[in-house]
Design a protein around this ligand. Structure first.
Ligand code: 6LW
Length: 521
């Protein structure tokens, strides 16, 4: 038996989809209003994932102009077919359903090939006879079903009308379809119940890709909807992959709650073993709930230590060693691969070359509160307990000029530790935006010029903010509850918190030595 920990990719990495080429696994997630779009991961053992890039790296592939929170790029599917990788997804804010492809997983992806089928969550299925099917949600007057058409994979043109193939097992919002062929059956897996606390994975099968599909008697095959006190909630939206040895695994997302019905780190990628019962239906994790400590058979063992444990990698590093550290200096010539911008960035406002080792952000009229693209760069908060620090040099001229460190969930929900001007004096303040409420801490007047160290430390319940001219003179500037940056406090989000840096107004922020240190949780 092999032991590993869930989530295998912590932080806001939802709607996972997976494929295998030989002994290499590739996984993608939704990215919504963040750019580049669709993070792309590689693994040899399904537990340790290294981010190798993004799928949508050009604005022409992911137009995110004025994209509201949780709009943009939804629910990708990744498939490998005859030397080519395909990723299908929805741009919810601009254009609808599309796919892109590449023959080099480490290279650039094609321009979007649009498919004129409505709905969300498009998935590709390549049948053995060469036919390619495109399934997504299908809107009904009083609900939703799974619809499908056959397409020409070269042009994206529909070769058939879109037909409803399954209405789900009875839960609301059947979505996230994935089709598989196994032992003479076509299996159609779906998410149901909505992505909140009633979420689930269900499955049906038929003898043709058009159905009819008969619902698995064991549905839902994965859910925590009846175990509300369990730490992991809202498990669902899965995809399956077979190992070279013929074992099956499911990736799916779930949330880690801080308190009852509150989460702020987003939906995180999890992993569970799948067995096939005598009737030929999949059984996830032996029918047991998904735990933090998991075990499975025959995961590739290269990274195990003596106890048979595979240390779960965080989203960035191959080895456990690097997980505990953080990324070191800003930054070489590029931002680290896990970093993102908000919507389509104006790259003239970002420089890593003007002063080696420093990231220069040039502010603009677009603020963190706005749906334009503010000058922002950040990474996901992946742990409840963490400390993020950065050195900042900035000389704001007016009260609208600011640069600093932000914990950001949406344009209406963020805590910002920033240097600005108040009553003619350069000062540090903690600004908090929660819905239509905005507060500012008392200004901490900065007597001396020069770089300032900004820091945020968090646990499950609270963020605490500090500023000072060095480690030994850090002053607490205030705190903010994680509760108020939780999805449940907002209209609804599909995302999670980021930690990042920003500049606003007529102000340059020079940032150096960003560190993100995960704690135990
Ligand atoms: C996605 C849908 C869902 O399109 O949430 O959890 C939506 N499932 O399938 C956005 O991630």
């Amino acid at each position: 038996m092999v032991h590993y920990k869930n989530p295998v990719i912590p932080g806001f990495y939802p709607d996972p989809s997976i494929c295998r080429k030989g002994e290499d696994y590739y996984l993608v997630n939704s990215s919504f209003e963040y750019f580049p779009g669709i993070p792309l991961f590689h693994s040899r053992n399904l537990v340790q994932w290294e981010q190798i890039g993004h799928v949508l790296t050009r604005k022409t592939q992911a137009v995110l102009d004025n994209c509201p929170a949780s709009g943009g790029i939804w629910a990708p599917t990744i498939r490998y077919q005859e030397g080519r990788f395909y990723v299908s997804a929805t741009n919810f804010s601009h254009g609808g359903n599309f796919f892109v492809w590449t023959d080099d997983i480490y290279g650039e992806w094609s321009e979007p090939v649009w498919v004129s089928q409505g709905g969300i969550d498009p998935s590709l299925f390549f049948d053995d006879d060469g036919c390619v099917y495109f399934a997504s949600t299908y809107d009904l007057p009083d609900g939703q079903a799974i619809g499908q058409c056959q397409i020409d994979i070269k042009s994206g043109e529909r070769l058939s009308e879109t037909r409803i193939i399954w209405e789900g097992s009875g839960g609301k919002y059947p979505e996230g379809p994935h089709m598989f062929r196994k032992n003479g059956w076509y299996y159609l897996m779906a998410a149901e119940g909505g992505t909140e606390y009633g979420h689930m994975v269900t499955i049906a099968r038929g003898k043709s890709p058009w159905g009819s599909f008969q619902s698995c008697p064991g549905n839902p095959i994965l859910t925590h909807r009846d175990t509300m006190l369990h730490h992991f909630q809202a498990v669902g939206h899965g995809d399956m992959v077979d190992t070279p040895d013929g074992d099956t695994w499911m990736v799916f997302h779930g949330i880690r709650t801080t308190q009852y019905m509150l989460h702020h780190l987003g939906r995180e990628t999890m992993l569970a073993p799948v067995a096939w019962n005598e009737e030929g239906w999949p059984v996830v994790n032996d029918g047991r709930p998904i735990l933090e400590d998991m075990e499975g058979v025959r995961l590739q063992e290269e990274a195990q230590n003596g106890s048979g444990e595979i240390k779960t990698g965080n989203a960035n590093a191959k080895t456990g060693e690097e997980d505990e550290k953080c990324e070191g200096d800003f930054f070489d010539k590029e931002l680290p691969v896990r970093w993102n911008y908000l919507r389509n960035p104006d790259m003239s406002k970002y420089s890593l070359t003007q002063r080696p080792g420093w990231l220069k952000l040039t502010g603009s009229d677009a603020k963190l509160d706005d749906l334009a693209s503010p000058t922002f760069a950040g990474r996901r908060q992946q742990h409840f307990d963490m400390t993020a620090s950065v050195w900042l040099e900035t000389e704001p001229e007016g009260e609208e000029d600011a640069a600093g460190l932000t914990v950001f969930h949406t344009n209406e929900h963020h805590y910002d530790l920033m240097v600005t001007k108040r009553e003619g004096k350069r000062c540090a303040i903690l600004r908090k935006r929660v819905g239509d409420m905005k507060t500012e801490s008392r200004p901490f007047v900065l007597q001396e010029k020069g770089a300032l160290l900004l820091r945020v430390s968090s646990d499950k319940l609270e963020y605490r903010f500090f500023a000072g001219k060095d480690e030994n003179s850090l002053k607490p500037l205030g705190s903010g509850r994680t509760q108020l940056l939780s999805t449940e406090c907002m209209v609804m989000t599909f995302t999670g918190c980021y930690v990042g840096v920003f500049a606003e107004g007529a102000c340059n922020g020079w940032f150096h030595g960003f560190e993100y240190r995960p704690g135990q949780n």
